[in-house]
Design a protein. Structure first.
Length: 139
């Protein structure tokens, strides 16, 4: 196996091959003596890497084809590209739930003097009531 200082090594590609074990972190540097600095999304991820560091280091070294001595996780959320997920589709609220919720919210907020505040609270309450009402009717 080559030493860490010899040639260019694509540690990021090797790290990605770890699959879910490497999620939320990326290697950003390898020193001449084989210490790999791992940028972690948060402290919990850094702790997880520390707890599995021996296995991860051995596997990363094998995948990269170099000799590594240890992993050094650091919190660097700005350096970690977190995965993007599609937003869940908004739930469709039935017209009956929306109508009942709007009426209930108007009754609950009629004592609020400021009309803009009353309308904003009524809209928020109606949405929450309608979602809850539909959930209880369909389950």
């Amino acid at each position: 196996m080559a030493s860490a200082a010899v040639g260019k090594v694509d540690l990021a590609a090797a790290w990605r091959e770890l699959g879910p074990r490497g999620a939320g972190a990326i290697p950003i540097r390898v020193s001449r003596n084989g210490v790999v600095t791992i940028a972690c999304a948060d402290a919990m991820r850094a702790q997880q890497i520390l707890s599995d560091a021996d296995d991860l280091c051995a596997e990363l070294g094998r995948l990269a084809g170099i000799s590594l001595t240890r992993l050094d996780p650091v919190i660097a959320d700005h350096a970690v590209a977190l995965p993007e997920f599609d937003a869940p589709a908004p739930k469709i609220i039935s017209p009956a739930a929306q109508k009942a919720a709007t009426e209930a919210a108007q009754g609950m907020t009629e004592g609020i003097e400021d009309p803009a505040l009353r309308d904003a609270i009524a809209r928020a309450a109606a949405g929450a009531i309608a979602r809850r009402w539909d959930q209880t009717r369909t389950t």
